[in-house]
Design a binder for this molecule. Structure first.
Ligand code: SF4
Length: 209
């Protein structure tokens, strides 16, 4: 499989925010979001075997793994990597962009699907596979990256239509409208978590953080 980078940092997003984590970033993405901050993951990387990937993360002081991209499920071998890591009792968060079918993913208490819903400001909302929402359970999370009120209203409409059974996170694009987003959520009494991107608060746009 083609790996963009493997690094050790704090989880910057979602329910596992702040936990020291080994990140495995796979190369390639099938989307092109307007505000994408990982352009370098589209093509850059090197071929590594699953054994080489596992050896690299084995040197890191954590049992928490984040498999991310790009879009990690764009490479079929991602499923094999997940299975191998689960057999080793790692706790895995899979970050996926919501545009690919998630039916083949494993069910395990040690495995969290972290699925994005790309809102209108991304330019990619038409690519979402919304049937995936029925596959998400209490161990999973759904992330809306919010840029403006149009995105926020879109997120509310998805929540009302599908009533997801998973945890729901709203995060502002680049942290720019965190206070506004917080006020909207409080005004509407939504059952969501409003979270920043921790790594950007700490390290800005520094690479491998
Ligand atoms: S899905 Fe993620 S990696 Fe792909 S274009 Fe969108 S933000 Fe970038």
């Amino acid at each position: 499989m083609k790996i963009n980078e493997i690094f050790y940092s704090l989880q910057g997003e979602g329910l596992t925010m702040g936990i020291p984590t080994a990140f495995i970033r796979l190369t390639g993405c099938n989307l092109r979001c307007e505000w994408c901050d990982t352009l370098f993951a589209y093509d850059e990387g090197k071929e590594m075997s699953i054994e080489e990937v596992i050896a690299a993360i084995g040197e890191m002081e954590t049992n928490q793994i984040c498999i991310t991209g790009g879009e990690p499920l764009a490479q079929a071998e991602a499923l094999d990597l997940i299975e191998e890591l689960l057999e080793m009792n790692y706790l895995i968060v899979l970050e996926t962009n919501g545009s690919l079918n998630l039916e083949l993913l494993p069910c395990s208490d040690n495995f969290m699907i972290s699925m994005d819903i790309k809102c209108p400001s991304s330019g990619m909302a038409e690519n979402m596979v919304l049937d995936n929402l029925e596959l998400l359970g209490p161990n999973d999370q759904l992330k809306f990256i919010i840029s403006d009120d149009i995105d926020y209203q879109y997120a509310k409409s998805i929540m009302a239509s599908y009533e997801p059974a998973c945890n729901i996170v709203m995060t502002p694009v680049g942290g720019s409208c965190l206070k506004t987003l917080a006020e909207w959520v409080l005004r509407d009494g939504l059952a969501v978590r409003v979270l920043p991107q921790l790594h950007k608060l700490i390290w800005g746009n520094e690479r491998c953080r």
